[in-house]
Design a protein around this ligand. Structure first.
Ligand code: ADP
Ligand code: MG
Length: 421
């Protein structure tokens, strides 16, 4: 298929109503419609879905989209259906469908109406699905959240490991598109290797978030008071506080409330009704602060979160980046404050001790990077971006002055040493 630039813009407008591509979207889409294997690395919110949705809508045949979460698939299918009047343009194929529904999905693929077929990796392993898809015109295969393939990623899924062999069975020459928001070189290497696409055209967006201010403070027994002071200095602003345990979430939320701060707890131990109530209150600005475990945040798009505080340091730089990334989505101020004590690292090490040795080794290596980040005296932005394989100019780079180490350089004897408690 040959598509000019103008065509793509027209299609973008027609299907999505947008007049501009975001970031590298146009380049990615051009690569996909040319039938190339492609690898897309963009931060969360970068607009990865459109990179495969638009080509799927304009190409002949059905694009298969592998996605790890049923909820994510459902959202996407609903969104696609709302932009296209054609019934059956997008489907989910999973174990929740009954026989009649499966037959309908397959009929829509055979007739060519179905442009996007969302599947969980385990549905793809089903023999009759593979046999069926083998006979169909498949435009390409997109693997969303492709980091699930790697043990070095934050969300390893063993089922993702078998994708390569299944794809081969469906068709040897189907272009593969892998997409992820995980920027570490190790995970990227794993993805390309596992999918057998070393030749993929790679599109990597910058992970720099110039409007975020990074700060690490030593964690003392007065950490709760430090947090209260910070919030009072930022009163009226929205923020998230991450804690490691549900117990601490409850305790801290209560402490904040007692101190006149409008805060609610959020963790997976709360019933679904309460969770969604607290989430809505935060989105509607009825409350200012959510104290949460990592259960909070996936898919939450509040543009004006002004601070993200880590009461406990997370287990990897990756997680830290994802969690702090929820601040300042609108481009406005976003203060990322982490409280750090080496004791917390030891605690995290201890949690891992029951796990298989290989997992422990990976976990340990990831934690050591967190220690290095917390204790560094160089620009924190430079550290994070270097971790993601990105060069950052600490003098002239965007956001270069936005961290504690740059604003208040440590004296030599303080730098790099252990934090005293
Ligand atoms: P990702 O998967 O990279 O995290 P999404 O695909 O969910 O990101 O897209 C994030 C948001 O960006 C969505 O609300 C989407 O509608 C929007 N978006 C994507 N492409 C464009 C565009 N070209 N112009 C405007 N908004 C866009
Ligand atoms: Mg996405």
């Amino acid at each position: 298929m040959s598509l000019t630039e103008i065509d793509l813009h027209q299609q973008l407008k027609k299907y999505f109503g947008f007049s501009q591509f975001k970031g590298l979207q146009e380049e990615v889409i051009t690569s996909i419609v040319k039938g190339n294997n492609s690898f897309v690395v963009m931060p969360t919110g970068g607009g990865k879905s459109l990179c495969y949705q638009l080509p799927a809508l304009i190409e002949e045949g059905t694009a298969i989209v592998v996605s790890p979460l049923i909820a994510l698939m459902k959202n996407q299918v609903d969104a696609i259906r709302s932009i296209s009047e054609e019934h059956g343009v997008a489907h989910v194929l999973n174990s929740s469908l009954n026989k009649t529904e499966v037959r309908q999905v397959k009929a829509d693929i055979e007739s060519g109406i179905c442009k996007l077929l969302y599947v969980a990796p385990e549905s793809l392993t089903k023999e009759d699905h593979v046999e069926f898809l083998k006979q169909q015109k498949i435009s390409f295969l997109a693997i969303d959240e492709a980091h699930c393939i790697s043990e070095w990623g934050h969300d390893f899924r063993p089922e993702y490991r078998n994708l390569r062999s299944i794809i081969k069975r469906i068709g040897d020459n189907i272009p593969i598109i892998a997409l992820t928001a995980t920027a570490t070189p190790k995970v990227q290497e794993d993805i390309l290797k596992n999918l057998g696409i070393p030749d993929a055209n790679t599109f990597k967006a910058s992970f720099n978030r110039p409007n975020l201010y990074y700060e690490v403070r030593p964690k003392t027994k007065n950490v709760d008071a430090d947090i209260i002071r910070f919030i009072k200095q930022n009163s009226g602003k929205s923020g998230i506080i991450y804690c490691l345990s549900r117990k601490k979430v409850e305790e801290l939320a209560q402490t904040l409330q007692v101190n006149g701060i409008n805060a609610v707890p959020y963790h997976a131990g709360l019933d679904a009704k309460k969770r969604s109530k607290h989430q809505d209150q935060f989105l509607m600005e009825e409350i200012d602060v959510v104290v949460a475990t990592i259960a909070f945040g996936m898919g939450i798009d509040k543009p004006d979160v002004r601070f993200v505080i880590h009461h406990d340091i997370p287990k990897s730089i990756e997680s830290y980046y994802q969690e702090t990334g929820r601040a300042g989505r609108d481009g406005g101020e976003g203060h990322c404050l982490a409280f750090y004590s080496y004791k917390d690292i030891e605690k995290l090490e201890k949690f891992m001790s029951g796990k298989p040795v290989a997992e422990q080794e990976i976990g340990h290596a990831l934690l050591q990077e967190v220690v290095a980040y917390a204790e560094t005296s160089i620009s924190r932005r430079k550290f994070i971006l270097h971790y993601f394989g990105e060069e950052f100019d600490g003098e002239t780079g965007e956001g270069a002055s936005m961290d504690d180490n740059v604003r208040n350089p440590k004296k030599q004897h303080e730098a790099g040493g252990e934090v005293e408690l």
